[in-house]
Write a protein that binds this ligand. Structure first.
Ligand code: PGA
Length: 901
């Protein structure tokens, strides 16, 4: 792909700043071009270039006199390709996107470093960061005691789930890391030999990518999902959390000396191996297997660090004294580990710290002579080392590596992350009824009983930090929580303690996810907390209750605006219900990456939450492709975590200050409620009530074909193999399908009708909407996120997919409905944000979409051809031949849009 200069030409001011990105993209494009010719011949490169140029011209002048001829020409070229040619072209564009994505990630890191340096020189802090937050708090005169009190209350937990939205194979993601490393090398001045070597390595990586199947050949098993989450925990998240903790300490020292943060401010959870909801492949035995992997990874990474630290701490007894406690603990280790003792003694005579750390290292071996029974034992050892250093002028030595290690064990123990269990309310009830019946539960009920038993064992083995949260999806009524309570009792997770007190190892968490359930959630919480048996469990858990709210299913149910508004209201009212009952609430946000699944900037979302619902505590899911895009490179991971902690700290203090006052005007609530209702009516009118909708959806999108993708261990539908019903479809394939065909309908449909009706009804409405946008963080996030989705949608491409619908009248009617609403939505949003063209306020995204489109368009054209052929084909062998390239287009489009769904 030798390319002209237009690739990734950013706009105006950013030109100079983004020159290194353009240079990298050009280089990668050239190298890919070479590999294409080597692997597929000149012909392949020619076809690829022809398609790209045609689409670029089409994009530049979509309504021009040449447009129809160009479209026909694209169709002719795509139609004329044989299978090999087709696959070649798909892969050329897909790999190009992978390389561009890697280059963009790389550029983000580079820009971050530059900006940090610029800001440091000017004494400014990066916006949405801890440094900025604490500087602002101090400037506002917030007293140290208040900051300390807020920090003391803070508990942030990011929960990595196994949600199937990551289409790239792990192996392929690793190649991207390699590309990143090569770009890094090319950046700093090198000798010509080193330069050549880096270019060779890039060529090799691209060749390997070319010869690697981008798709998994078999469906991942649940244990593969565990492996992936553990990879991120071990290699990215835990380290990044440590770095953020240090940064917090640093900025506190600067602005609030004497104020300190506790070690558990930021921890992690995982659903991989525990999320059984709608996934029969996630069986109870995964609980011990997953936690076993967490532990293995935790011990492995601790051992690496202990070894490195031992190498550093070469302090000699002849130079400096050591404490009696350290001597005593060495003697105890020698007695405890007679096999290791002589080896350790011989290795580092006269170096007591090294010797001590060697014993620590030995004790981190689960198969060794005296493995640690708990992280506390290790902490006690580290404390002895620290005290000895401090007593002997070694404070400086204790402050870095040792302190880091200490914090790592304190925060992440030997478990890395807490494993949650999730199951559907109806299945839990079925199992509880079977247990109550006294007979032996069978089938699904037996699995649930087994799950609770495994949970009991897991807590015994790994400690209460490692597990104990049970999430009840589709909670419809208070009784849904009594079922897992009974099952927990049955398993001994909840038991009476002779003296009338209750002991409990489980948090039971309702998950509210339809519009109706969100509306009834506050009342359900009151009923639940008013139920003595339930309330006693909450009390036994320290009067703490976690409540989860689901963004995706509520969006699928009521559309974008209604979902966001009902979530907002429910959170506020649930918080009130808990407060009235003297219960500390933690809200758990189940949100995905795209707008239709609650995707938004986490910083913005935290800051935009209803006042009085945070109070320092929050859990948030991080799923699928977000893990690699947000945490795939250490500096990016740190940046994301830093901004979450900053948002929670700022918002908690804002809540303190606002106590008793609302930050919004009553009329804003009325406006939001009216908009939500109108939007939901329009959305449901189309999705659930229009008889033409399902035929349109199934023909104009790849929804049925997505089931062929091997990206997750769970099935795409919750129930039913018969005619498709939106109700049965999981939210992920729902959004995924609409993303591939560029409608992106779940993220905006209904918004236009609502805005138009509202502004048509009241004369001052437009002004109120703008005032809300300026003054209400929640509305701002809702509008901006929708605006971005509308910017990514593309009605021209949507129209091409509509061409797959057989019935002309149906196609014209449905496409007309969608495009009219799209127009209304665009106009309405632009009026609220006060801009002329879509994404004028997010120029980087605007240009990224503009530059990527000519490369995504051929993939759309090919996907449409393959969908048409596959649907007409009955012969299984021929079908299989078509499926693979089709799925490659799915993966390529996802890479091009940087979004699966
Ligand atoms: P769920 O998640 O189907 O697992 O509840 C939905 C989503 O994250 O989109």
């Amino acid at each position: 792909m030798t390319g002209p200069r237009d690739r990734h030409t950013p706009l105006g001011r950013s030109r100079e700043r983004d020159e290194p990105l353009r240079r990298d993209v050009r280089l990668l494009g050239d190298l890919l071009g070479r590999v294409l010719v080597e692997q597929g011949g000149e012909g392949l490169l020619e076809v690829e270039e022809r398609l790209r140029l045609l689409n670029r011209e089409l994009r530049a002048d979509p309504g021009g006199p040449e447009a129809a001829a160009r479209e026909r020409e694209v169709e002719r070229i795509v139609g004329g390709l044989d299978r090999e040619g087709l696959v070649g072209v798909i892969r050329a564009f897909s790999i190009y996107f992978q390389l561009v994505n890697a280059a963009e990630q790389h550029h983000r890191v580079r820009r971050r470093r530059q900006r940090d340096a610029e800001r440091a020189a000017e004494g400014r802090a990066q916006p949405e960061s801890l440094a900025a937050a604490l500087a602002a708090l101090r400037a506002r005169g917030v007293p140290a005691e208040r900051v300390q009190a807020a920090l003391d209350r803070m508990r942030i937990e990011l929960v990595a789930t196994a949600h199937p939205t990551e289409i790239a194979r792990h192996n392929v993601l690793e190649k991207h890391l390699m590309v990143d490393a090569c770009l890094d090398e090319l950046e700093s001045p090198r000798s010509p030999r080193e330069h050549r070597e880096a270019v060779e390595r890039l060529l090799e990586a691209i060749t390997v990518l070319w010869q690697t199947d981008a798709l998994r050949t078999s469906r991942p098993e649940a244990i593969d999902e565990v492996r992936r989450v553990v990879f991120f925990l071990e290699h990215m998240l835990v380290d990044a959390a440590g770095a953020v903790h240090e940064e917090l300490g640093r900025v506190l020292d600067e602005h609030y000396p004497g104020v300190a943060a506790h070690e558990d401010i930021l921890t992690f959870g995982s659903w991989a191996g525990g999320d059984q909801d709608g996934n029969p492949n996630c069986t109870p035995d995964l609980i011990p297997r997953a936690l076993g992997r967490h532990r293995t990874a935790a011990l492995r990474s601790l051992r690496e660090r202990v070894r490195a630290l031992a190498a550093e701490l070469s302090l000699s007894e002849r130079m400096v004294g050591v404490s009696d406690a350290l001597r005593a603990s060495l003697a105890a280790d020698e007695a405890r580990m007679p096999r290791a003792a002589p080896v350790v003694a011989a290795r580092n005579p006269g170096e007591p710290y090294r010797r001590k750390l060697s014993f620590v290292w030995e004790r981190l071996d689960p198969g060794g002579e005296a493995p640690y029974a708990s992280p506390d034992e290790m902490i006690a050892d580290l404390d002895v080392i620290r005290a000895s250093l401090e007593e002997h002028r070694g404070e400086r030595i204790a402050r870095r590596g040792l302190a880091r290690l200490h914090r790592r064990v304190r925060s992440f123990g030997f478990h890395l992350a807490r494993l949650d269990v999730r199951q559907h309310s109806s299945i839990l009830r079925e199992a509880a009824a079977a247990v109550a019946g006294g007979g032996a539960p069978e089938g699904r009920a037996a699995e649930v009983v087994e799950t609770f038993r495994r949970l009991r064992e897991a807590i015994d083995e790994h400690g209460p930090e490692a597990a104990g949260t049970v999430i009840v999806s589709f909670t419809h009524e208070a009784g849904d929580l009594l079922a897992p309570l009974a099952l927990a009792r049955h398993a001994g997770l909840v038991r009476d303690d002779g003296d009338g007190a209750l002991r409990s190892d489980v948090d039971l968490v309702p998950l509210f996810e339809t519009i109706d359930d969100l509306r009834r959630a506050p009342e359900m919480m009151r009923t639940l907390l008013g139920t003595p048996a339930y309330r006693r469990n909450v009390e036994a858990r320290g009067d703490r209750q976690t409540v989860m709210v689901g963004y995706s299913d509520s969006n699928k149910d009521g559309g974008y605006l209604a979902s966001n508004w009902e979530l907002f209201l429910a959170q506020q009212r649930i918080a009130d219900a808990c407060r009235l009952d003297g219960v500390h609430l933690t809200l758990f946000h189940g949100r995905g990456g795209s707008a239709g699944r609650g995707g938004a900037s986490t910083y913005g979302a935290v800051k935009g939450g209803p006042l009085g619902t945070l109070d320092g505590r929050i859990r948030i899911t991080e799923q699928g492709e977000n893990l690699s895009s947000k945490y795939g490179l250490p500096p990016i991971a740190e940046r994301n975590l830093d901004s979450v902690v900053a948002a929670v700290l700022e918002r908690t203090l804002e809540e303190d200050e606002a106590r008793g006052f609302s930050e919004r005007k009553p009329v804003w609530d009325e406006a939001a409620a009216e908009l939500a209702a109108a939007s939901m009516a329009a959305y449901r009118g189309l999705v659930y009530e229009d008889p033409g909708f399902i035929p349109y959806f199934t023909q104009a999108s790849p929804i049925e074909e997505l089931g062929l993708l091997n990206i997750g261990s769970r099935p795409a539908r919750r129930a039913g193999d018969g005619a498709l019903r939106v109700e049965d479809l999981r939210a992920i394939p729902w959004v995924f399908a609409w993303t591939q065909n560029r409608h992106l309908l779940p993220s905006w449909y209904g918004v236009g009708t609502a805005l138009r009706a509202f502004t048509g009804r009241y004369r001052g409405a437009a002004g109120v909407l703008r005032e809300m946008y300026a003054g209400w963080p929640w509305w701002r996030v809702v509008v901006d996120t929708c605006h971005m989705a509308v910017g990514k949608a593309d009605m021209r491409v949507a129209g091409l997919y509509a061409g797959l619908v057989g019935d002309d009248a149906l196609r014209e009617r449905m496409l007309g409905t969608v495009t009219d609403e799209y127009r209304r939505t665009t106009e309405g949003l632009l009026a609220v944000v006060g801009r002329e063209r879509l994404l004028d306020d997010v120029p980087w995204l605007q240009s990224s979409i503009r530059l990527r489109n000519p490369y995504v368009d051929p993939l759309h054209a090919i996907q449409i051809r393959l969908l048409r052929e596959l649907r007409a084909e009955r012969d299984p062998a021929r079908r299989a031949e078509l499926e693979h390239p089709l799925l490659l287009t799915v993966s390529g489009i996802a890479a091009g849009l940087r979004n699966t769904g």
